[in-house]
Write a protein that binds this ligand. Structure first.
Ligand SMILES: Nc1ncnc2c1ncn2[C@@H]1O[C@H](COP(=O)(O)OP(=O)(O)O)[C@@H](O)[C@H]1O
Ligand SMILES: [Mg+2]
Length: 220
């Protein structure tokens, strides 16, 4: 589903964020990208949803070279992916439900599709009773679940998550990971970046470890 061949990304002033990354992710897989701050995790995820282009190397998603996509194909690619950002990026002046409806509009869902999908993701994430709450009235864990719900609105093939547990304590982090496991069981491929070695090893998922832009360790 995702292949990276000799991928490097260099930012201006010779910042080598990623160097010679080779990575294959199969459909239905659950993968951790583990590494300390500055290792290149966010850059790797941004390359996958084509928020950035690689400086060299090739990235294939669903068999297509993402660097060569036309604009229409880029939006198609992004629709097939759900992205959870490190800082949630929830709309503060809208309720949980309104945050989800906003995504439905962007996706172009009809009114009935929107109601159905909003109901589904709220239920899946245990947020039905919080539908009319504003984000600031939710706990950190609940806000994170809203961010996940939003990423699932398009029923994506691939879920990308950048430090999804970064703002949560260890127990809540485990809970989010169990949720990911459940989402994965329904068929969604998941790539999650984390600096938390302990969380990654506790879950026992496949992991690649990055340090200073290079893969330093691979499990399984
Ligand atoms: N837009 C950017 N411009 C310049 N340097 C960047 C940019 N984004 C990331 N970097 C640099 O690339 C390296 C990897 O960053 P990042 O991918 O954010 O790491 P991580 O997510 O693992 O903390 C760091 O040295 C960071 O400062
Ligand atoms: Mg990061």
């Amino acid at each position: 589903m995702i292949q990276m061949y000799h991928v490097s990304k260099t930012f201006e002033r010779e910042i080598h964020a990623l160097e010679d990354i080779n990575l294959h992710i199969k459909k239905g897989e659950l993968l951790f990208i583990v590494g300390p701050s500055g290792a290149g995790k966010t850059t790797l995820l941004r390359l996958l949803y084509r928020d950035l282009l690689p400086t060299s190397g090739q990235i294939l998603v669903n068999g297509k070279n993402v660097a060569r996509l036309k604009d229409s194909a880029v939006s198609h690619l992004r629709r097939s992916m759900g992205v959870i950002f490190q800082d949630f990026k929830l709309l503060k002046d809208r309720t949980v439900q309104e945050n989800l409806i906003f995504v439905a509009r962007v996706l172009g869902l009809s009114g009935s599709e929107t109601r159905r999908r909003v109901g589904q993701v709220l239920k899946m994430l245990g947020l039905t009773s919080k539908a009319n709450f504003y984000p600031q009235r939710l706990s950190g864990g609940e806000q994170q679940r809203v961010a996940i719900a939003r990423a699932l609105m398009s029923d994506p093939l691939i879920l990308l998550a950048d430090e999804p547990t970064g703002n949560l304590d260890f127990e809540l982090g485990l809970e989010v990971m169990r949720l990911f496991k459940e989402i994965n069981t329904r068929g969604t491929t998941i790539v999650a970046a984390t600096h938390d070695d302990r969380l990654a090893s506790q879950m026992g998922w496949r992991a690649i470890h990055l340090k200073e832009g290079r893969v330093v360790e691979r499990s399984a």
